[in-house]
Design a protein around this ligand. Structure first.
Ligand code: CP
Length: 321
């Protein structure tokens, strides 16, 4: 499999990462999502695009937003959605990931939505489906380790496009724990694919991975300098569960240097928007006055996530447009 996300016609077969995804496909997903946004306001909030299809939500790691919005999106597309309770499944008795997949495939799964703490787990599943000639089954990466969270990246792009329209004149700052963040990686790939001229990464040295410059990103360790005149601020959570050893003095010290306060927000453009993928740590990376303030678009991000996930699933299910 050269590019395991695309079939031989160049169409989306799985969604595993935004890295290497053609701009035309990214734009097609965002345009398709636009057509689904209004469904929430209708009396009948369903379309029959995935009627008769079975979507299995396999969340090996905790989630509030992603799991729930994938479930809502599946139901709005008229799919049957099965949420596997991992703790109560045979995975907790030592069954391998691929044996679990084979057994669910035997129940005629059409799509797996997978979150896993191990980077690469959704790739492994996609490769296994290919090797076992189950090319009718699709995989959506719902976040794997520190590698990728493509639907979060896409819903972030949808949000930016909604509020700012044109990517070609924007300066976007991503702030915080870039090192451990799959969201940061997916956002950087999406922003550069869509032609954002300036992408900044702001954080302490210990949380800025190597190679950002090669990805076209300007790095800043000084928050005040990094926020100057930006159009979009994407705040990140400290991923304490992925940190080995002390990378920071304390949460209080971190907030002093990198917490987004109203004073720091004033350094950005007056119409800058503030985003956060959630879950938020108030008082650690973001002040409540900003999180709940007029420039925050954090809850609209969640709402747009339903339409974006509907778009991804409906395209994978054969509605390529
Ligand atoms: N943004 C995000 O992935 O949130 P959840 O962990 O709640 O799914």
């Amino acid at each position: 499999m050269l590019n395991p996300q695309l079939n031989k016609h160049g169409e989306l077969q799985h969604l595993l990462t935004i890295e290497g995804l053609p701009k035309s496909i990214v734009n097609h997903i965002l345009d398709t999502a636009s057509s689904f946004v209004g469904i929430s306001d209708r009396d009948v909030k369903k379309v029959p695009l995935m009627r008769g299809k079975s979507v299995f939500n396999l969340f090996f790691e905790n989630s509030t937003r992603t799991r729930t919005t994938f479930e809502i999106a599946s139901k709005r597309l008229s799919a049957d959605v099965i949420n596997l309770n991992i703790q109560a499944s045979s995975a907790s008795k030592g069954e391998s990931l691929l044996d679990t997949i084979d057994n669910l495939s035997a129940m005629h799964a059409d799509m797996f939505v997978v979150r896993h703490a191990q980077s690469g787990a959704p790739y492994l599943i996609a490769k296994h489906l290919h090797d076992t000639r189950q090319n009718h089954v699709h995989v959506v990466n719902a976040g794997d380790g520190r590698h990728a969270h493509p639907t979060q990246g896409l819903l972030d792009m949808y949000t930016i496009r909604h509020y700012k329209q044109d990517f070609s004149k924007l300066t976007v700052a991503i702030v915080g724990d870039i090192l451990h963040s799959r969201v940061a990686r997916s956002d950087i790939h999406a922003l550069t694919t869509l032609g954002v001229p300036e992408v900044r990464a702001i954080g302490p040295h210990t949380l800025l991975p190597g190679g950002l410059e090669q990805m076209g990103v300007r790095t800043f360790t000084d928050m005040n300098a990094g926020l100057k005149d930006v159009d979009v601020i994407i705040m990140l959570r400290l991923q304490n569960e992925r940190m080995n050893g002390a990378l920071l003095p304390s949460a209080q010290e971190y907030f002093k240097s990198y917490g987004l306060t109203p004073e720091r927000l004033a350094l950005a453009k007056p119409d800058a928007i503030v985003m956060h993928p959630g879950p938020m740590n108030r008082g650690v990376e973001i002040d409540s006055a900003v999180a709940d303030g007029a420039q925050a678009v954090i809850l609209p991000q969640v709402t747009f996530g339903i339409a974006v996930r509907m778009a991804v699933m409906s395209i994978l299910a054969g509605n390529q447009g």
